[in-house]
Design a protein around this ligand. Sequence first.
Ligand code: BT5
Length: 326
Amino acid sequence: MSLDVQILTALRAASDVAVSGAELSQKLRVSRAAIWARVEELRSLGYDIEASPHKGYRLLSTPDVLHADDLISRLGKTKVVGRDIRVFQETTSTNDVIDKLARDGVKEGVVVFADSQTRGRGRLGRKWMSPARRGLWFSILLRPDLRPQEVTRLTVASATALRRAIESQTGLKPEIKWPNDILVYGKKVAGILMELSAELDQIKYVVLGIGVDVNLNPGDFPAELRKIATSLKAELDRPISRPDLAVAILRELDSDYARISAGQFPALADEWAKHGTTIGRDVVIRMGNRQVRGRAESLGEDGELLVRTEHGHLERIVGGDVTLEK
Ligand code: BT5
C-alpha cells in the first residue's frame, strides 16, 4: 500500500477528528516531514486537507478526480475486482490496456480507468464517445472459470451490478436492455463491452469494459446521440462524484463476480429480469444481416435471450442488437 493510500485511509477512518502528524508518523513508520510532503502533494491534487499545528490533519473534502491510491483506499479489501487499480489520463481504449496486461500474465482483478479515450469502442467496432473527465471509462481483467458459451453470464452480472450501483448513488431507477445497455428513462447512460480470449472449451481471459456517462452535458453529445443517450447529471440536474460512483460499481461487480463464481447465476438472472426492459416484449434482433422477430420470453441459463419467433420456434440469442417494439 502506498503512503498516500495509508494517509487517506487513516484520515477517512478518523472522520471528523484531526489526526496528529506524530500519530501518523508513528503508525505509518515514516517521518513527519514525509507525511507533510505527501499531504502537500494530495492538496495540490485538490484534496482539501486541513493542517493545524496543534491538532493535526483532517480530510474535509475530496475532488472529482480519479486517483488510483484514493480509489484503492476507499474500496478497501475486495475478493478480486479492484485489488489493483491504475488510472491513465488518456488511452486509446482501456480494453487495449487490459488486453496487454492480460497477455503479460497479470492476475485477474486489475482495473484500468482513463480520464479520456481517443479510440473508445462499442461492440462490432462501433465508436464509444469518451470525453475527458465527464464519465467513467474503465476495464477490468477477469479470468473466470467458465466455458466460452457461459460468458454471457458475465454480461448479465455486470449489468446487474452496474444498475444497482447507479441506483444507490443517484436514486434513479435504471433499466437493463439485453444484452449490455443501461437505460434511464429510455435513454442509454452506460454500456458494457466484453472481449474474450478463449480456446475451444476454456476461457483464457475476459476484458470487461464499462462506459458510464456521468457528468456529460446534453451539448457534449453529438446530435445523433442526443435522442438515444443521456447522462446521470443531465437526468438529475446535478453532478455526481465520479470516484464515489466508481467505488460503488467496483464493489458491486466484485460481489456479483463472487456470486457467479459460486454458481449463483440463477439468483442474479432473477434480479436482472426484475429490472430488465426486454422480457415479455416484442423484439427485433439484428445479427449481422440476419434478423429475428418475436417475443423475448426469458433469460437462458447461460445468460442468453430466449425468443419465441413469429413461427413459434424458441431461438437462443447470444449477441446482436435488440430493438424493442411498441
Ligand atoms: C456498448 O457498445 O455499449 C459498449 C460500450 C463500452 C464502452 C467502454 S468505455 C471503457 C471500455 N473501453 C472501450 O473502448 N470500450 C469500453 P454498443 O452496444 O455497440 O453501443 C455503441 C453505440 O452506442 C454507438 O454506436 C453509439 O450509437 C452509442 N454511443 C457512443 N458513445 C456513447 C456514449 N458515450 N453514451 C451513450 N451511447 C453512446
